[in-house]
Design a protein around this ligand. Structure first.
Ligand SMILES: CC(C)(COP(=O)(O)OP(=O)(O)OC[C@H]1O[C@@H](n2cnc3c(N)ncnc32)[C@H](O)[C@@H]1OP(=O)(O)O)[C@@H](O)C(=O)NCCC(=O)NCCS
Length: 244
């Protein structure tokens, strides 16, 4: 895997026309890129249909339906089940998982009509964000970043701050999505790298550097201007990119 000028991963995405795929190898995670503006037949469970019906915003509803349908198509390749029969269950904190023996771990993120799905043998979290005007970055950093992250952020020039903020945010969400805790898991209690020349890395969890070393964190740019991060509960994991 090659790093680009911003120390993020230059991840290539190749089409995957195959109907079935073996589970990713032990040290590899698959990352799927999905365009939610592309029309696709909806494949939803009754629960997902009910959830879609509660969404008032038509674009949000369309993207939810297409993201879940794409997720089912992708998981069908690994399980050999038909997309409609994929047994998706949801943990208390909201993380979807497969209710199936020997199933792969996966995670989904969507933003601005694009989605990413990560599939691996270990717990995984993935996050995708596009730049948007954010006021009072200083306050958000004070509220949500750890003290080590806040120090790094304050050391940056003004013009690097918005990008570094978004990069750190995707890394932090990816970790909390990997554990399944979501934002409620506490954004303060762990440190990620955020300086422009630093590789994406989980630096410490509750101050414990050893604990952080048993995770992999990568940052990459799957769509123009986007920032994405993936976090995996194992060290030294590589990525393989596919388009649906
Ligand atoms: C989950 C969360 C991190 C999502 O972040 P986001 O940037 O808004 O959205 P993303 O597009 O990256 O991710 C959304 C997807 O993550 C998955 N997801 C939901 N909850 C998750 C969790 N706790 N852990 C991992 N993945 C989760 C879902 O697939 C969801 O998409 P879907 O609803 O269309 O299926 C964030 O919304 C959050 O933490 N929410 C609070 C959850 C919480 O604390 N609940 C407490 C119990 S009520």
């Amino acid at each position: 895997m090659i790093k680009d000028a911003m120390a993020t991963l230059a991840l290539a995405f190749v089409p995957c026309p195959k109907l079935t795929l073996p589970l990713p190898a032990e040290r590899i995670a698959h990352v799927w890129k999905v365009d939610l503006e592309e029309a696709r037949d909806p494949i939803l469970s009754p629960d997902e249909q009910t959830r879609a019906q509660t969404m008032r915003h038509s674009e949000k509803q369309r993207h939810f339906i297409r993201a879940r349908s794409a997720l089912r198509l992708i998981l069908a390749k690994y399980t050999g089940l038909s997309p409609a029969d994929i047994p998706l269950a949801t943990a208390t904190e909201g993380k979807p998982h497969l209710d199936l023996a020997h199933a792969p771990h996966f995670n989904l993120t969507h933003a601005h009509g694009k989605a990413l799905v990560a599939v691996a043998r270990v717990p995984v979290g993935i996050d995708l964000e596009f730049p948007r005007p954010v006021r009072q970055l200083d306050q958000l950093v004070a509220d949500y970043f750890s003290s080590a992250e806040a120090r790094d952020w304050a050391s940056l020039d003004e013009e690097d701050r918005a990008r570094a903020f978004l990069g750190a945010w995707t890394r932090k969400e990816a970790f909390l999505k990997a554990t399944g805790e979501g934002i409620a898991g506490g954004l303060h209690r762990f440190d990620v790298s955020l300086l422009p020349d630093e590789e994406a890395r989980l630096k410490a969890i509750d101050g414990d550097v050893q604990a952080a070393a048993s995770w992999t964190l990568h940052a990459f740019t799957p769509f123009e201007n986007a920032q994405a991060a993936i976090c995996l509960a194992a060290p030294n994991m590589s990525l393989l990119g596919f388009t649906l």
